[in-house]
Design a protein around this ligand. Structure first.
Ligand code: ZN
Length: 164
C-alpha cells in the first residue's frame, strides 16, 4: 500500500467524523504564514478549528510573491485582518545556503533552478524581515502582523518582537 492509499483510507474515516461545512471566510479573520515542516500541526498548536484561518505554507515560511498574492486575496476577498508568521527551530532552510542548494539541484538534474532558495541562518532575523515586508506591502488592507518561532522539541511558540 502506498502512502497515498493510506491517506485515502484515512479520509474515509475523516468523512465519518466530518464536522460539517463552514463559510469560506475564515471565522477568526486570521491568516497563518508558516514553514512546510512536518512537525508543525498548525491548527492544534495555535488552537484553531476547521474554518478558522487561512494557512499559507512554503519552505521556510518566507514571504514570496505568491505568499503576498495569497494574503492579498485572503484580506480583500475573504476578510482576514491579522497575520501570524510561524518559523521554527531546526529548520531545513538553515542547513544549507542558496548556492549549495542550487548546486545540489544542478548536480542531480543537470538544471540549475532559476529561483533563489532564500535559505537563512538567523531565525529571528528572518521573522523580523518577514514582518517588515508585510508591514510595508501597500496593497494589503491590514498590516497587523506578528511573528513567532515554534520549538519543535517542546511544542512551545515564542513571539519575536520587531525591534528587540
Ligand atoms: Zn522549516
Amino acid at each position: 500500500m502506498t502512502e497515498i492509499d493510506r491517506m485515502l483510507e484515512a479520509n474515509a474515516e475523516w468523512a465519518q467524523r466530518f464536522p460539517g461545512s463552514r463559510p469560506v471566510q475564515p471565522a477568526r479573520k486570521v491568516a497563518v504564514v508558516a514553514c512546510m515542516d512536518s512537525r508543525m500541526p498548525l491548527f492544534p498548536l495555535l488552537g484553531l478549528e476547521v474554518g478558522d484561518a487561512h494557512v499559507i505554507r512554503n519552505a521556510g515560511g518566507i514571504i514570496t510573491e505568491d505568499v503576498l498574492r495569497s494574503l492579498t486575496i485572503s484580506q480583500h476577498l475573504l476578510g482576514t485582518r491579522e497575520t501570524v508568521l510561524v518559523h521554527h527551530t531546526d529548520c531545513g532552510m538553515q542547513k544549507t545556503d542558496d548556492r549549495a542548494l542550487a548546486d545540489t539541484v544542478e548536480q542531480a538534474t543537470g538544471h540549475r533552478p532559476p529561483w533563489v532558495g532564500r535559505t537563512f541562518t538567523d531565525l529571528d532575523a528572518d521573522v523580523r524581515e518577514s514582518m517588515a515586508i508585510l508591514r510595508s506591502t501597500p496593497y494589503l488592507l491590514s498590516h497587523e502582523v506578528r511573528g513567532t518561532v515554534y520549538d519543535v522539541t517542546t511544542g512551545e511558540l515564542r513571539e519575536v518582537h520587531p525591534t528587540s
